[in-house]
Design a protein. Structure first.
Length: 208
């Protein structure tokens, strides 16, 4: 499926340069020249990623990024910010940590760096979507949970009941068919249950 990318830049030349690079890679490209227009296009078209200049009229790139990356515009999408003016670690930290940007690049952006950032953002977004899926979470949780212990039933406990060799010879190969009055027959058994059932079985045999 073709990915859509929104470019928000007040300068036409850089915006067109980015647009041509992305079009040549098979992306669908939308453009906006200010922050408010970019927000309107985003809410209407729901692009898969947003590339925005930090310096935008009407609504700056930092505020635009907050609204999109943090879900204030209803849908969350990765945002890559760039700037020719706001450079350095301070602005990078503000964009990524403060506004939720995926990456903050210096303008002009080399083609290789643009494509690398875009593809990495898509890859990370796909991974995050998969990990947030309720079905995936359910499978992951089930895989991590320890299996519930299986208590032995009468059949598995019969041979493990402590008794003398004579009793074992007597009951070897014997599987009594008990009436419903003995509910311990099919349910999981504790040691006390198994001994009780054995005694009741012996008593019934003696009565017959």
């Amino acid at each position: 499926m073709q990915k859509a990318i929104l470019i928000a830049d007040f300068e036409q030349e850089p915006s067109e340069a980015l647009r041509q690079i992305l079009l040549s890679e098979g992306f669908l490209v939308l453009t906006a020249s200010d922050g408010q227009q970019a927000l309107a296009v985003f809410e209407a078209a729901k692009p898969d990623l947003v590339l925005t200049e930090a310096l935008l009229p009407k609504l700056n790139g930092f505020e635009l990024c907050k609204k999109i990356a943090r879900g204030e515009a209803l849908d969350v999408r990765p945002v890559i910010m760039y700037s020719a003016i706001y450079k350095g670690e301070k602005y990078q930290r503000e964009a990524i940590d403060g506004c939720g940007a995926f990456e903050f690049l210096d303008k002009p952006i080399p083609k290789w760096q643009l494509l690398k950032s875009v593809r990495t953002a898509f890859s990370e977004a796909s991974r995050a979507t998969a990990s947030a899926s309720p079905v995936w979470r359910g499978w992951a949780t089930a895989a991590r949970l320890p299996k519930a212990p299986q208590l032995p039933t009468w059949e598995t406990r019969w041979e493990s009941i402590p008794c003398s060799k004579a009793w074992r010879r007597l009951f070897r190969g014997f599987r009594p068919s008990l009436p419903p009055a003995l509910p311990c027959w099919r349910r999981p058994m504790s040691s006390l249950d198994s001994h009780s059932c054995l005694l009741l079985t012996v008593r019934r045999l003696m009565l017959h």
